[in-house]
Design a protein around this ligand. Structure first.
Ligand code: NAI
Length: 338
């Protein structure tokens, strides 16, 4: 089948990762019975500088007319790009796996968990204002959005070949009304899943347990900001941001991007780890496979992941995970080995 991919090339290391992604997609085009039509799009800091708009209308239209969107990281304008796209495309579930790979400079090598982050509300609705000499931000948590993400988390736990456990992470001892509602919604949804273990944990305890005992987690479901923070932490437990992919999922559309940002500190040096973006492509392939009932997508997704796995196992790695391969060398090895 042929799929139309819109690709936001991003800022900082974004263009380097996008180049790597295009090489991999072209290699898949050549080697498998799967075709991609890629449209490159500019959104983020560069688009803001050039057009006065970080997310131009034509970019939104092109994304809406594609089958799926890939997004490299953008810079300081991230809130005007990704947070807006999540809302207008109703990409309510942000899925952030933390999975151990071999030979990582990681805290643990035996972890396989996923954070399911509510993606449309909380402090990310962006309603801030000044009140006298104070500043106020609105934190909105709704029952509908909480139940929707809880259901997604339980369905994820059901499908995973693991502990069958959902941990609801919150701070309802302080945020009694907002997080109180979130926990209540998750607890209600848990009753529809008697075969899945349900537990709750305060976010501060969760942050500590991700270091102390990360093996206790299977699926974490949490609100937007907590999910953002905890997923950077969980990625470090298994090897760092360079290995951390993410999916933003709605009922009809999806956008895939790395967990990390534009990493300006290493931009333009050809040393960024493209795995975060390539593993996001793996997640994209699984999503396309499920949506279009296309077994080739699943086959290529598994092949892409195992190729990355085997490569890092053989010691070919980028600098962030203890190797000396450049972004382009690492990418070339994957296209050759696919
Ligand atoms: P960051 O996630 O870009 O970088 C944090 C650290 O991880 C840096 O030391 C960086 O070099 C390293 N790192 C990240 N990705 C890497 C990779 N693929 N390979 C090797 N090392 C990698 O976080 P930071 O520095 O706080 O943010 C930089 C910019 O990114 C900011 O302007 C921020 O607004 C933006 N941002 C954008 C996001 C998005 O587009 N979704 C998400 C988070 C931040």
């Amino acid at each position: 089948m042929t799929y139309k991919i819109s690709l936001i090339t991003g800022d900082g290391i974004g263009p380097e990762l996008s180049e790597s992604a295009v090489s991999i997609l072209n290699a898949i085009n050549d080697k498998f019975d799967l075709k991609f039509e890629i449209t490159k799009l500019s959104a983020g800091d560069k688009a803001l500088e050039e057009t006065g708009n970080a997310l131009p209308e034509n970019v939104i239209d092109t994304i809406k007319n594609s089958d799926v969107c890939l997004k490299a990281p953008v810079g300081e304008s991230a809130a005007d790009v990704i947070v807006v796209l999540r809302r207008i495309l109703d990409l309510y579930a942000n899925i952030r796996p933390a999975k151990s790979y071999p030979h990582m400079p990681a805290l643990r090598d035996d972890i396989d968990m996923v954070i399911v982050r509510e993606n449309t509300e909380d402090l990310y609705i962006g309603k801030e204002f000044s009140l006298g000499n104070s500043a106020v931000a609105l934190r909105v948590i709704s029952e509908d959005a909480s139940k929707r993400i809880a259901k997604y988390a339980f369905e994820t736990a059901k499908q995973r070949n693991s502990m069958k456990k959902v941990t609801c992470v919150h701070k309802s001892n302080v945020l009694r009304i907002t997080d109180g509602l979130f926990v209540k919604a998750c607890t209600e949804v848990s009753k529809d899943y008697p075969d899945i273990t349900f537990e709750q944990m305060y976010v501060d305890a969760c942050a500590m347990n991700l270091i102390r005992q990360p093996e206790q987690f299977d699926v974490i479901v949490t609100t937007n900001l907590f999910g953002d923070i905890l997923s950077d932490e969980s990625s470090q437990v298994v090897g760092g941001l360079g290995m951390a992919p993410a999916a933003n999922l709605g009922d009809n559309f999806a956008l895939f991007e790395p967990v990390h940002g534009a990493a300006f500190d290493i931009a333009g040096q050809n040393i960024a780890n493209p795995s975060s973006f390539l593993l996001s492509i793996k997640m994209m392939l699984d999503w396309l496979g499920a949506k279009h009932n296309d077994p080739t997508c699943f086959e290529v997704a598994a092949k892409l992941e195992s190729t990355i796995f085997d490569l890092v196992k053989s010691g070919i790695k980028t600098k962030d995970i203890g190797g000396d391969s450049t972004t382009s060398e690492f990418t070339k090895q994957i296209t050759d080995n696919l």
